[in-house]
Design a protein around this ligand. Structure first.
Ligand SMILES: *Cc1c(COP(=O)(O)O)cnc(C)c1O
Length: 233
């Protein structure tokens, strides 16, 4: 069943790329496996998926210890500074950096481990009160500050667009993200590459790809609905 879901998502990615005149190889699918059991991740792994996204440090590290070592892990959830030490160096990319203090902690842990951690800066592009991420206006100065830190490399931007029924409503936000990343790239800041734009989830990844997403984060579309019981996301 999961392989059929996955095939459907991959087909949709192909369609969106074609529509936008983009190469399929320019878009990376991240399978968002939060709350899902290891057996499900294994099933998707057998289908060739190597990029997995999790939003909780403990869950990520637990899954990491039992799954194959060639998986690239993506930390996509809000990250507390006291948990940074558990993931620096063992995740490929931290998508959710939204403050200088968090970046400083990532930097100091990376220096300690003598590695360079790749990160994205999370932007709250629709200015939703309920969401983490910095405003579009603050983004450039935050990128400039983070770029000065050792042990850290900015690869681009991430956003979580509003939850909408019609994905077309988010097109404007994806366009704004793309513009922002172009603006930042034009500044030619040392130690900053802006080649990754992480945006688009189950409800809107096709629109996100049309507007320039290079990473899409799909959970429900691959693994089915999440059951949180009474625990909130
Ligand atoms: C849960 C989550 C996703 C995936 O959401 P779906 O709608 O299930 O595809 C993507 N990005 C982030 C940051 C998430 O927390």
């Amino acid at each position: 069943m999961l392989s059929e879901n996955l095939a459907k998502v991959q087909e949709n990615i192909r369609i969106a790329c074609k529509k936008a005149g983009r190469q399929e190889s320019d878009v990376t699918l991240i399978a968002v496996s939060k709350t899902k059991p290891v057996s499900m991740l294994e099933e998707i792994y057998r289908e060739g998926i190597r990029e997995f996204g999790e939003n909780k440090v403990q869950e990520l590290t637990e899954k990491q210890t039992v799954l194959p070592g060639d998986i690239h892990w993506h930390m996509i959830g809000h990250l507390q500074r006291n948990k940074v030490k558990y993931i620096v160096g063992s995740v490929s990319l931290i998508h959710s950096v939204d403050s200088l203090r968090l970046a400083q902690e990532i930097s100091s842990q990376a220096v300690k481990k003598q590695i360079r951690q790749e990160i994205l800066v999370e932007v709250n592009i629709a200015s939703e009160e309920s969401k983490f991420g910095i405003s579009k206006e603050e983004a450039i100065s935050l990128v400039e500050e983070i770029a000065k830190l050792p042990g850290i490399r900015i690869r681009g931007l991430m956003t979580i667009a509003p939850f909408v029924e019609n994905p077309e409503e988010n097109r404007i936000y994806f366009q704004k993200m793309r513009e922002l990343s172009v603006d930042i790239a034009r500044k030619n800041i040392d130690n900053v590459e802006v080649d990754i734009l992480s945006m688009g989830m189950t409800g809107d990844y096709m629109v996100a790809i049309e507007e320039g997403a290079t990473m899409v984060r799909v959970g429900t579309g691959i693994f089915g609905e999440r059951n949180y019981g009474c625990v909130q996301e």
